[in-house]
Design a protein around this ligand. Structure first.
Ligand SMILES: [Zn+2]
Length: 265
């Protein structure tokens, strides 16, 4: 997501080496020895921050003594970050298209200043396309009424998306895919779906579908049929040539899934 947000504003002579393999979950990713070599070879390192790359923070701290190591999160105004507690903020900022797009432009500027000003290539057309996409999504969601303005999924990846388009979010795991969850969280989601007459819960590409089966069963036992929707793209774009294989295309692909009615039985 980060590479896609900064690439449009950098000249073609700048090579971006994306460290995480396609489709990988950044919450739980642990660097392998070849990653360390790639990080050492780079002229600069950019990362999301806000504890998303939880297992790599000490490495970024160490490398920041040798070369520019810049998080995109530092270009998001604090007032726009969603707090989880006093000092911790939700890291899923790429789901606010305008916020992440602007931060990506500023990060690219900062990177060019630190390395070589000739690398800067500001792209207002790209920012305009993000404004158009945001407007399209705003209008699409505004047509929906409750209960079709909720996202029930596995982990809390959609807080920024929900804030942007005035939706409600419910998840099993909280903000990280590494969080434990069990019967209590399944029961809470069943209660939420029944109480709000919501008829679909979504899995995520990184999650186990069987968890949502337990939610579906719980709902059925209470006489409330739900469907399990297609997996949403949360913490990585889709692999290969699949729809949503880049940012912001993954936001559009999720939106297409979420805005498509799904029959329940
Ligand atoms: Zn996540």
């Amino acid at each position: 997501m980060l590479a896609d947000a900064i690439r449009p504003h950098l000249s073609d002579s700048c090579t971006i080496d994306v460290l995480f393999p396609q489709g990988v979950d950044p919450h739980s990713y642990r660097p392998v020895p070849s990653d360390v070599q790639r990080l050492q070879r780079a002229d600069a390192i950019v990362f999301n921050g806000l504890h998303l790359e939880a297992n790599m923070e000490s490495m970024f701290d160490f490398l920041s003594t040798q070369k520019p190591c810049i998080s995109i999160a530092q270009f998001v105004p604090k007032s726009k970050l969603i707090p989880l507690d006093e000092h911790v903020y939700d890291p899923h900022i790429w789901f606010d298209i305008l916020l992440f797009g602007q931060a990506g432009k500023q990060l690219a500027d900062s990177l060019a200043k630190a390395l070589n000003p000739a690398l800067a290539s500001p792209n207002t057309r790209f920012i305009d396309s993000l404004i158009q996409l945001d407007l399209f999504l705003r209008q699409s969601w505004a047509k929906r009424s409750k209960p079709d303005k909720s996202i029930c999924s596995v982990h809390d990846a959609f807080s920024y998306y929900c804030r942007a388009y005035q939706l409600t979010q419910m998840s099993l795991q909280g903000v990280s895919t590494t969080a434990e969850f069990g019967v209590y969280e399944v029961d809470a989601m069943v209660e939420f779906l029944v109480k709000n007459n919501i008829r679909v819960a979504y899995t995520e590409v990184h999650s186990m579908a069987k968890t949502m089966k337990a939610v579906q069963l719980g709902c059925r036992q209470r006489g409330h049929a739900i469907s399990i929707g297609p997996p949403l793209l949360t913490d990585a774009p889709a692999p290969g040539n699949n729809p949503g294989n880049h940012w912001p295309g993954m936001v559009l692909e999720n939106s297409r899934i979420l805005l498509t009615p799904i029959p329940y039985d």
